[in-house]
Write a protein that binds this ligand. Structure first.
Ligand code: FAD
Length: 467
């Protein structure tokens, strides 16, 4: 008989050596209490009211003011004034900077409390920005808050927290598979008290916005160092000589101006040595710090997007008839609606549990939870939006509903912040590792015959006999 260890081979042995708790997703009893705190409840109600009364009625106007603007990479007349007036009201009412978990700046909400609010923000395309909770600024602010020097905070974090400027996060490169960030090759070389930066980056979201003043750039600073110590993150102000904007990447044919996902070239760009964040070689550590919350915020907003899509699907299905029936009742549509509702609730609970895991276990320990929701939520939300488009007929892909924009956002989220496969890999590997000792010696054939021998003389007819 072959032993379990032999059968398991190299990877199984690795799992056994690591040992652990029989599931990829660590949990504690506390993690299953998903109630919003008493403190957050009134804030949550106030956010919902603010979106309904101040943001929803002006969203269409915001986009209309931008149409036919003179400067394609700027804002239309009155557009920023409208946005700023909503932002000022939100700030005045204390509905501002919710995203910084347990921090002194902002509301200091837990990840769990923020998750409830972010779901609401995900239902409207400008709500996040109106409350100063939009990506990529949230991730960048969190990094600056956690690891910035007092000078870096004063220069960049403060105006970001006040919502006066915007920022971009610059990691992905056209010439290397960037889901493996060890391969990034854009180079920063120290020259006295400066960095000299050379290389190319693309998909720098938000770098097209005229209000974007600062980039956080992931760069190779020590090509010969240990693989996870080769990269650093360095602050590069927009407008630094040598920083060239080559153009915008298009998302399904749209350049998404003025936000933009920019293609950048660094031609011997010089910035002070002190612009490095947290110290040389800390690039990967900062990424972990940034991407955990960033990913979970995306997923929270995605649940809101799925909720919005289902709402529109049902409304349209009930108010339009074909073949003598409301479309909602035609064919398999009731099943489509049922599945969407069931899966939205499953996603909501997964996201809340992942948020609670971050609160209870810390960002590092909750890493697999975050991967699990990043692997689950955008792909399913994308399908729900697609179904809502289908029920709307041609109107679904038009400018009359937010569905086309929601679809593009969710589809691209399956790539941004790590493609689905990377997150499946993280969860799958953790699940295999967690089996540990329990897999050793697993042999169903031997177990079956041992069971028969143990019960010799008994009537075995029917046991595993099949049809
Ligand atoms: C709308 C949008 C906004 C973005 N914003 C930003 C931004 O602001 N800043 C920024 O730096 N980047 C941004 N990105 C880029 C994004 O982060 C990258 O696209 C992502 O990290 C993947 O890198 P890549 O495109 O080089 O794909 P690659 O690394 O070339 O991967 C290609 C494919 O290979 C497969 N693959 C990769 N790894 C595995 C694996 N382990 N197992 C199985 N299959 C695998 C997957 O199918 C993957 O999609 C944005 C992208 C989009 C679409």
């Amino acid at each position: 008989m072959r032993t379990g260890t032999t059968v398991l081979g190299k990877f199984g042995r690795h799992a056994i050596e690591k040992g652990s708790s029989m599931t990829a997703l660590p949990s504690t009893v506390e993690m299953y209490d998903l109630r919003m705190s008493d403190r957050a409840q009134p804030l949550y109600e106030a956010v919902k009211r603010f979106i309904a009364e101040e943001i929803e009625p002006r969203t269409e106007e915001f986009f209309r003011l931008g149409e036919g603007r003179a400067d394609h990479w700027g804002y239309g007349e009155g557009q920023l004034e409208l946005l700023d007036s909503i932002k000022a009201k939100a700030k005045e009412q204390g509905l501002w900077n919710f995203f910084l978990p347990n921090a002194e700046t902002g509301e200091g909400l837990s990840n769990l409390d923020y998750a409830y609010i972010a779901v609401e923000l995900g239902k409207n395309p400008i709500a996040s920005e109106c409350l100063n909770c939009s990506a990529p600024d949230t991730g960048n602010m969190e990094v600056l808050e956690r690891v910035g020097t007092p000078e870096q905070k004063e220069q960049w974090l403060e105006p970001l927290l006040r919502g006066e400027i915007r920022s971009a996060y610059v990691m992905t490169e056209p010439d290397v598979a960037s889901s493996d960030a060890k391969q990034l090759s854009c180079r920063a070389v120290r020259d006295g008290d400066e960095w000299v930066i050379t290389g190319e980056k693309y998909w720098s979201s938000g770098a097209g916005d005229p209000r974007c003043k600062i980039l956080i750039v992931m760069l190779m600073t020590d090509p010969d160092g240990p693989p996870y110590r080769r990269q650093s993150q360095i602050l590069v102000p927009m407008g630094t000589p040598g920083l060239e904007i080559r153009g915008a990447m298009h998302v399904f044919g749209e350049d998404e101006a003025p936000h933009g996902h920019m293609h950048l070239r660094f031609n011997d760009v010089r910035v002070p040595y002190s612009n490095v964040l947290w110290g040389e070689g800390k690039g990967f550590e900062i990424s972990q710090l940034r991407l955990g919350p960033g990913r979970i915020h995306h997923c929270m907003r995605s649940v809101g997007a799925a909720e919005k899509a289902l709402e529109l699907l049902v409304k349209r299905g009930l108010t339009r008839e074909a073949f003598g029936k409301p479309i909602a009742y035609l064919g398999k549509n009731p099943e489509v609606i049922a599945k969407a509702r069931i899966e939205i609730e499953a996603m909501r609970r997964m996201v809340l549990t992942a948020a609670k895991a971050m609160d209870v276990l810390g960002n590092a320990e909750a890493r697999v939870w975050v991967s699990a929701i990043k692997a689950m939520v955008p792909i399913r939300t994308c399908q729900i939006v697609d179904e809502a488009i289908q029920v709307h007929g041609a109107t679904g892909v038009s400018q009359w509903t937010p569905l086309a924009r929601l679809y593009a956002g969710q589809r691209t989220l399956r790539l941004a912040d790590g493609p689905d496969e990377v997150h499946w890999h993280v969860v799958g590997r953790a699940e295999i590792s967690s089996m540990g000792e329990a897999a050793q010696g697993y042999n169903p054939k031997d177990a079956y015959y041992e069971m028969l021998e143990a019960h010799a003389g008994a009537d075995h007819s029917g046991i595993f006999s099949g049809p």
